[in-house]
Design a protein around this ligand. Structure first.
Ligand code: SAJ
Length: 425
């Protein structure tokens, strides 16, 4: 089969490469001529385990070519961004989807399948995509087969999950669903859940909203526990021993291009019916400021004004800083007048080593759960002016006994100690 994939980002590129690996002739399309030239030379623009090796292989097989122009194919897969609009409820901006559909329509012929993988607001397929296709004198379900098949992979584990995760296949008609299932059936080993486009849209959005709401509950618990003088992490550990309870982990906030974005698509489509989702968003959005306030309290009695951020990415072991709460914490600390150094071994624009970043600092603030942060060596902490760590991700496992280690479990105690020391001095 010939497949054209529009959008070579975190989802489109691995998807295109997998189709090529399973024998299809794939053209991957993106706007950036620099990026497509790099890809054709085997150079990736994103960090994702296993992807580089697969790219090399499909280039050798001659099954993958990156281009800035779409080409005629049997199936078209749209994997372009759908950001929030700057309106009241941050609704879904479908302009990239519309541009992608417009770019392929000149090549589409009777019998072809068009699949939207990008996350979209409820009713986007029937209200926006279907009319665009039918304007070109095609009947959807008869001439052209249209489906929404949202991806549900976890960055960092994409190559495995694309193949093995259950897949939602939501056609405009049953015939559309069957055609789209046949396309994915060439490599997906997980269950294919056949449904309608509308159900596929909201199902994907609710998966991420579920997580966002649950993380908000954990973050709220962290604040409540700090206020009441209770170890939040211990509470979560014990509560989760209950067979039907799974409290998530508190952190510096919720980032990424999914959890911090998707709930707004649901909220904007039904604002009066979604107070819980709106509150969850507000709680998670409040976390970077909360972290800044805790840092101010922890630093009140420390010597010096320099703090070191460990991690800028929105989560661990990836290089993605989009919508990252760590970036908001950084901005907040800069605004509060702190001198800041950053150590992030996954972000190439951050060249400092751990030793360099810790030199002369009075507090390390762990904001991403990279594996590198599990053990904080003494070669880092020995260089600090005062050795204290505030671990917002509860990731640090080994640290020198001399270091004052704070997380959401003992934050209330650490703040009390700082306050007492201030009063005494
Ligand atoms: N986080 C917490 N506490 C937790 C779990 C996560 O604070 O207990 C934070 C993370 O640090 C991060 C954010 O939440 O800032 C989101 O991270 P994540 O690992 O939950 O999810 P994403 O955004 O990387 O990927 C999600 C996944 N969705 C679900 O797990 C329901 C993934 O399967 C989706 O494919 C992806 O969104 C997407 O593309 O929609």
């Amino acid at each position: 089969m010939k497949i054209t994939v529009i959008g070579l980002g975190y989802i489109g590129l691995p998807t295109a490469i997998l189709f090529a690996k399973y024998g299809h002739k794939v053209t991957g399309v993106d706007l950036s001529s620099f990026m497509t030239a790099q890809l054709n030379a085997g150079i990736l623009h994103i960090e994702e385990p296993g992807l580089e090796k697969e790219l090399e292989e499909v280039l050798l097989l001659g099954n993958f070519y990156a281009s800035t122009q779409p080409v005629s194919a049997d199936a078209y897969i749209i994997a372009v961004p759908t950001p929030n609009k700057a309106d009241q409820y941050q609704s879904c901006d479908t302009s990239y989807i519309e541009a992608a559909i417009a770019s392929i329509l000149p090549y589409v012929k009777i019998g072809d399948t068009i699949i939207v993988e990008s996350t979209i607001a409820p009713r986007t397929m029937v209200d926006i995509v279907q009319p665009m296709v039918e304007k070109n004198d095609f009947t959807v379900g008869k001439d052209i087969f249209l489906a929404h098949c949202p991806e549900r992979v976890l960055p960092g584990n994409i190559m495995h999950e694309l193949v093995h995760n259950p897949r939602i296949i939501g056609g405009i008609t049953d015939a559309c669903t069957e055609k789209a299932a046949a396309v994915y059936g060439t490599f997906v080993k997980g269950e294919m859940m056949k449904t309608q486009a509308g159900e596929a849209e909201i199902s994907k959005l609710m998966e991420n909203t579920y997580r966002d709401v649950n993380i908000a509950l954990a973050n709220e618990l962290a604040k409540i526990s700090e206020h009441l003088g209770i170890n939040a992490l211990r509470v979560i550990e014990m509560a989760n021993k209950h067979p039907r309870v799974n409290i998530h982990q508190p952190g510096p906030g919720v980032g990424g291009h999914c959890l911090a974005v998707d709930p707004y698509f649901v909220i904007a489509s039904a604002p009066e019916q979604s107070p819980l989702m709106q509150t969850a968003r507000a709680v998670n959005n409040s976390m970077p400021d909360y972290v800044v306030q805790q840092v101010q309290a922890l630093m009140a009695n420390q010597e010096g004004n320099q703090v070191t951020l460990f991690g800028l990415t929105y989560k661990g072991n990836i290089d993605d800083i989009r919508e990252s709460p760590a970036m908001e914490v950084r901005d907040g600390l800069l605004e509060a007048g702190f001198d800041i150094r950053v150590f992030d071994p996954h972000v190439s624009e951050q060249p400092l080593t751990g030793e360099e970043a810790c030199e002369g600092s009075s507090l390390i603030i762990v904001l991403s759960d990279h594996d590198e942060f599990r053990k904080i060596p003494t070669s880092y902490t020995d260089r600090m002016r005062e050795a204290m760590i505030f671990d917002t991700k509860n990731i640090v496992q080994h640290v020198d006994a001399k270091v004052n280690y704070v997380n959401y479990g003992n934050l209330y105690k650490a703040k009390r100690t700082q306050e007492t020391a201030m009063v005494q001095s």
